[in-house]
Ligand binder design. Structure first.
Ligand code: ATP
Ligand code: MG
Length: 316
């Protein structure tokens, strides 16, 4: 491919990856290509069964026997590269924390990976404390992970991976099943991690509302990569949204509705931050310093069209 000279710039390259589970007849991934730069945050979206988890498990080296190849920082992962080496660079937070936690205490769980890397006891202790502190769960050290709530376990699972100091973080549905407060805490942790570290993140998610906050680029997967672009490019493509049963963020929907009522803005806000910015700009530049909404000739028709597109209207 074209990136010969700057291979190190790419954290993950997936080339023509096809994968089939041995008990299945058909490929669940078909010629998947991804080029993810170092430090990039990427979201992978797609319907249930699209192959998102399978793709992450391939990148993490857990699943083998695919066609095509995968490179981590310019080096192919294959039989010659041991699993230990992959684990050092790539950390994965599984969708279900119970797949990740198996020790009697939180400390032991978080220490498990670093101990396996052969680090000294002191270094392991430091890493555990750091990871727990990052997630504001330092007082959980002696607790039994299996007596904690789902959201708490999710944070411990993230801590087990952070303690490994991976350069690439794979997150499988990180916000799923979290309560609203824990969800926003997790999103801010992900945003913060990204600002303060040279992390590359690949996040498989159905949480379209979180995507503008946590991803620079979005891949739409449905067995193959169907589309790729910035969150704005992807969410602005109404035909793609329809075809793949994806939804746009709620904030964007609200502003699309406001447009029907005469609200004028060049770009629809994707997130709360975008919305504040757009509203401030529009109000500051309007002479009367206020926003004027009204019902005009096309308002009703426009609203109906949107409701139909978002399937809030059922025509039986
Ligand atoms: N261990 C397995 N053995 C056989 N088939 C599997 C296995 N795991 C997943 N599959 C199949 O592979 C396909 C892709 O599954 P995968 O879990 O990767 O999808 P996904 O995009 O992560 O879905 P979701 O959004 O529900 O998490 C599905 O059709 C699934 O039934
Ligand atoms: Mg999945």
């Amino acid at each position: 491919m074209s990136h010969k000279g700057d291979k190190k710039e790419y954290a993950v390259v997936v080339r023509n990856l096809s994968f089939r589970y041995s008990n299945q007849d058909a490929n669940v991934l078909e010629s998947v290509n991804l080029d993810i730069k170092r430090g990039e945050k990427v979201a992978i979206v797609g319907p249930n069964g699209a192959g998102k988890t399978t793709l992450l498990l391939n990148i993490n080296g857990i699943l083998r026997g695919y066609e095509g190849y995968i490179e981590i920082f310019g080096r192919r992962i294959d039989g010659r590269r041991s699993r230990k080496e992959i684990v050092r660079d790539v950390g994965m937070v599984f969708q279900d924390p119970d797949d990740q936690l198996f020790m009697p205490t939180v400390f032991d769980d978080v220490a498990f990976g670093p101990l396996n890397l052969g680090l000294s006891e002191d270094e392991v202790r430091t890493r555990v404390k750091e990871a727990l502190r990052m997630l504001h769960i330092e007082d959980y050290e002696d607790k039994n992970p299996h007596r904690l709530s789902f959201g708490e376990r999710k944070k411990i699972a993230l801590a087990t991976v952070l303690a490994m100091k991976p350069r690439i973080l794979l997150l499988d549905e990180p916000t799923a099943n979290l309560d609203p407060r824990s969800r926003s805490e997790l999103i801010s942790i992900l945003k913060w991690l990204n600002e303060s570290n040279d992390f590359t993140m690949i996040i498989a998610t159905h949480d379209v509302n979180a995507i503008p906050d946590i991803a620079d680029r979005v891949f739409v997967l449905n067995r193959r990569i169907i589309a790729e672009g910035t969150p704005r490019e992807i969410f602005s493509d109404a035909e793609l949204m329809e075809k793949t049963n994806l939804e746009v963020p709620d904030v964007m929907k609200l502003f699309e509705l406001l447009r029907c009522f005469g609200f004028n803005c060049d770009e629809l806000p994707l997130s709360i931050d975008d919305a504040v910015e757009a509203l401030t700009k529009i109000i500051e530049t309007s002479d009367g310093r206020h926003i004027h909404l009204h019902i005009h000739e096309h308002t009703h028709h426009g609203v109906e069209r949107l409701r139909e597109r978002w399937k809030y209207e059922h025509h039986l």
